[in-house]
Design a protein around this ligand. Structure first.
Ligand SMILES: [Fe+2]
Length: 292
């Protein structure tokens, strides 16, 4: 039986009592979709899926995306990425910790990423958490005058071009001209009204916004820095410590997220610090909503 338990943090709910190897009815999908919009992120517990069955489940949430950084893609499933510290690419700190910085997936794409999911295959003995911040709650907590000023503002985005604090990790590096030119600069509102739930949220105030239209460089940096500090206060954040079999999924239109730093690459696939998550992301609307 489906059970949805709020985490007790500003966002997030645990989903128990379902087996995604079984046929997923439209009714169940609809419950999951609305639970996601209500809680911003979900953790579906205790799943034992093959890559194929995981891929099929994820494809219910929209059109799956191949990441712009093509060296992160899995050869057999190019929309899927192995995240963590178990692969050759993860020996490079810049790759291993490229998500250990607050960001939203895909605001720098014209048709933005709407949903991301991470399926825990290997979990380290310590650490390895993903942090998710509730951008609806962060928006709602703003001063009313600031809210109405922000309503009118649009930011320009490009992958990894935002200002970072000196002690922050940097996004996974762009390595080729093709990767650099796949997504042009695009514009997104600072306050986004969710196309399905109608919630208003602060949108993507870290990692990719580098200019607010009509503001000077100094004004842009100061406003984005203030909003990022506000939105990532602990009162808005859910920190998820994985168990093997968890699927964490989040609504990118109403959250930001980051990984905890992973100090070391895993020496062997079965070592205590091994962390492996299969990542899939989608754009567009869940099929069950499109059909209804
Ligand atoms: Fe991400």
């Amino acid at each position: 039986m489906l059970v949805i338990e709020p985490t007790g943090s500003s966002c997030g709910a645990l989903v128990k009592g379902i087996d995604l190897n079984k046929t997923i009815s439209a009714t169940l999908m609809e419950k999951l979709v609305w639970a996601l919009y209500q809680h911003r992120c979900l953790v579906i517990k205790n799943q034992e899926l093959t890559k194929e069955s995981y891929y099929q489940f994820a494809s219910q949430w929209g059109e799956l995306i191949q990441h712009v950084l093509d060296y992160l893609r899995m050869p057999d499933y190019p929309e899927m990425m192995a995240i963590g510290n178990t692969e050759e690419k993860d020996k490079d700190d810049a790759v291993r910790n490229g998500a250990a910085v607050w960001h939203t997936d895909g605001p720098y794409i014209e048709d933005p990423t709407t949903m991301t999911m991470l399926y825990a295959i290997q979990v380290p003995k310590n650490g390895g958490e993903t942090l998710v911040t509730d951008m609806v709650a962060a928006y709602e907590a703003l001063d009313p005058n600031l809210k109405s000023n922000l309503e009118k503002l649009t930011a320009k985005h490009y992958y990894g071009r935002a200002q970072f604090d000196p002690d922050e990790h940097r996004p996974v590096p762009i390595r080729t001209k093709e990767q650099a030119t796949t997504n042009a600069v695009c514009e997104k509102p600072l306050i986004l009204t969710h196309p399905i739930s109608g919630h208003k949220a602060l949108y993507a105030v870290a990692h990719s916004p580098f200019e607010i239209i009509g503001k000077t460089k100094e004004e842009t940096l100061s406003l984005l820095s203030m909003l990022k500090t506000h939105a990532t206060k602990s009162q808005f954040v859910y920190s998820h410590r994985y168990e093997v079999g968890d699927i964490l999924l989040f609504d990118n239109l109403s959250t930001m997220h980051r990984a905890k730093e992973q100090t070391d690459a895993a020496d062997t696939p079965d070592s205590d610090n091994a962390r492996l998550l299969w990542r899939l992301s989608a754009k567009g609307t869940p099929k069950v909503i499109t059909k209804s």
